[in-house]
Design a protein around this ligand. Structure first.
Ligand SMILES: NC(=O)c1ccc[n+]([C@@H]2O[C@H](COP(=O)([O-])OP(=O)(O)OC[C@H]3O[C@@H](n4cnc5c(N)ncnc54)[C@H](O)[C@@H]3O)[C@@H](O)[C@H]2O)c1
Ligand SMILES: O=C(O)CC[C@@H](O)C(=O)O
Length: 532
């Protein structure tokens, strides 16, 4: 059945065309972004949800979205999506990190000029026929210092434009390297230094616990008298009540505000204050940017829904469309290795080590680790997937480590999983053969070459004569048909294991009989999803 996507915000029609061209059924219902109840009632019909900022992807919506696999944000900020809730449900959240950066940077520069020259108020007054030439005395921006808080994609474009306008740019961004700062021609400073020196301040960080309220009354107190503040990033970065006070006192000479603490902002203390220029979250609103983000989000969502490729996901490692075919069998391998250990483990898992040998070191290891964790946790939590598994592992306090090693054996590469619980340490290794199918190549340190079957029985036993006969006769007595058999041992007379391939799940009463023998140490039925 073709995947179904709902577009619940206003997106360029190109996105709809792309979905259709890629064989995806699409419903374009932009009014649903503002109609929470209706959206809640239909969301279970969709595999994908394409949004801008009006749709709020809340935990409640996610809980109703029983088929949803991907949320695509045509834009940058994903603060309208409950990412932890989506991740717990295994839903990928993607954004389009570059498509509207230039447009938003240009809006910030437009705000800079609008506030420097009071253009909106001068415009309104002139339209009113007042000709108030003396009322609107502006300031030049040439030679002035611009303080950029957050020098990422948008902040750096703003910085470059401002340098072109002959401003001096100081930037505060804990993640800005000295090399990048010098490449951009900005001076990297601490926040207090920026407050002290900037004539204009522009914000370009995400809204996080660290950045919330970065411009408050204490920050304003540290600024130059006559500073002008621009916010085209997120409402909440500026404490609006404190900015109002700063404007009233004359400490702040003007502000350009595109984003608000509460949106849609239909009333706000900043409205109608002198030299406060407000726009209704228009930063990304150019035809070019909207075309870019719509195309990008539709391509990314279609790639995921039709090919399993993951690009620009917030909660999942990327998998390119090119690498997806080669990676897919190894993802399956990592998952079955995890699933094997997960099914034989009854105690709480404390530590997981994933060893990548040879060619697997060059692969997308984050994706492989997520797959191994998903397999490991699934016996306890059925609906875990590669998105939710790393979070669940973290929530369970599992310590995760990764080891990379050059090719060390006969295989081009393999993956080995070591799982430590309070009781014991279990190891299993596997590889993918040229037929694209995963194989177990070592269990408990015992080498073997075993395919993965849908229904299996795993036993540990003493290496004594008669094991095959014993297993065979007990199974035969209960009409359990053995399709195949694999044995392995560490040394003659030492530890041994057996893997039985069965046509149906292993009946519990037969297990009891097997465990009652004095040569079978443990017997665990296993099942694997062997579908490609
Ligand atoms: N107004 C709009 O319509 C509009 C459009 C696009 C983006 N945005 C918003 O603009 C913001 C920036 O977007 P971007 O694409 O440049 O993001 P980005 O991730 O490329 O850049 C953000 C920068 O902020 C920095 N940062 C993080 N924490 C910081 C802190 N505590 N102090 C200082 N810097 C910090 C990061 O290191 C990064 O360099 C986002 O909030 C985004 O949602 C708004
Ligand atoms: O979709 C929009 O208009 C706003 C987008 C913007 O806030 C973003 O974070 O990309």
């Amino acid at each position: 059945m073709a995947p179904r996507v709902l577009v619940s915000d206003k997106l360029s029609p190109t996105a709809v065309e792309i979905f259709k061209d890629r064989g995806i059924e699409v419903d374009y219902l932009p009014e649903l972004g503002k109609d929470k109840e209706k959206l809640l009632s239909v969301i279970d019909q969709y595999d994908g949800l394409a949004i801008r900022s009006a749709t709020k992807v809340t935990e409640k919506l996610i809980n109703n979205a029983t088929n949803l696999k991907v949320v695509g944000r045509a834009g940058i900020g994903v603060d309208n999506v409950d990412i932890p809730a989506a991740s717990r449900r295994g839903i990928i959240v993607m954004n389009t990190p570059f498509g509207n950066s230039i447009t938003t940077a240009e809006h910030a520069i437009a705000m800079l000029f609008a506030v420097a020259r009071q253009i909106p108020e001068a415009n309104a007054s002139t339209h009113d026929g007042k000709w108030e030439k003396n009322r609107f005395m502006g300031v030049e921006i040439t030679g002035k210092t611009l303080g950029v808080i957050g020098c990422g994609n948008i902040g750096s474009v703003v910085a470059m434009r401002a340098i072109g306008l002959k401003m001096h740019v100081v930037a505060f961004d804990p993640f800005l390297s000295a090399e990048r700062a010098s490449e951009l021609g900005v001076e990297k400073v601490e926040l207090d230094e920026l407050f002290k020196r900037a004539d204009f301040i522009t914000l370009h960080t995400p809204l996080t616990d660290k950045t919330r309220g970065v411009i408050d009354k204490d920050a304003i107190a540290k600024m130059k008298k006559g500073v002008r503040i621009i916010n085209c990033a997120r409402g909440g970065l500026v404490v609006e009540a404190d900015l109002v006070e700063g404007l009233k006192s004359g400490k702040v000479a003007g502000a350009g505000i595109d984003v608000f603490e509460t949106e849609p902002a239909t009333e706000n203390p900043l409205f109608n204050m002198p030299n406060v220029v407000c726009t209704p979250h228009l930063g990304a609103s150019t035809s070019e940017a909207q075309e870019n983000v719509a195309i990008q989000v539709a391509e990314q969502m279609a790639d995921y829904l039709t090919k399993g490729a993951v690009t620009n996901a917030i909660n999942m490692p990327s998998i390119s469309a090119e690498e997806a075919p080669r990676l897919k069998p190894f993802i399956k391998l990592a998952e079955v290795l995890g699933a094997f250990v997960g099914q034989v483990t009854d105690e709480a898992i404390e530590e997981v080590e994933i060893l990548f040998d040879g060619s697997t070191t060059e692969m997308n290891r984050r994706a492989l680790i997520s797959a191994a964790l998903a397999g490991l946790i699934r016996p306890q939590v059925a609906d875990v997937n590669m998105v939710s598994a790393p979070i669940m592992a973290k929530e369970r306090g599992i310590i995760l480590s990764e080891v990379k090693r050059d090719k060390s054996g006969v295989f081009d590469g393999y993956i080995k999983l070591t799982v430590k619980t309070s009781e014991k340490t279990r190891t299993i290794a596997g590889t993918v053969f040229s037929d694209g199918k995963p194989r177990f190549i070592q269990i408990k340190g015992i080498n073997l070459d075993a395919e993965v079957g849908q229904h299996m029985l795993y036993t540990t036993n003493y290496d004594v004569p008669g094991i095959i006969g014993l297993l065979g006769s007990i199974c035969a007595k209960h009409q359990v048909n053995i399709a195949n058999f694999q044995l392995g041992r560490n040394r003659p007379g030492g530890d041994a294991i057996a893997l039985l391939y069965l046509d149906a799940p292993f009946p519990p009463e037969v297990l009891r009989e097997l465990r009652a023998t004095d040569v079978i140490l443990s017997a665990k039925p296993l099942s694997f999803d062997v579908a490609a």
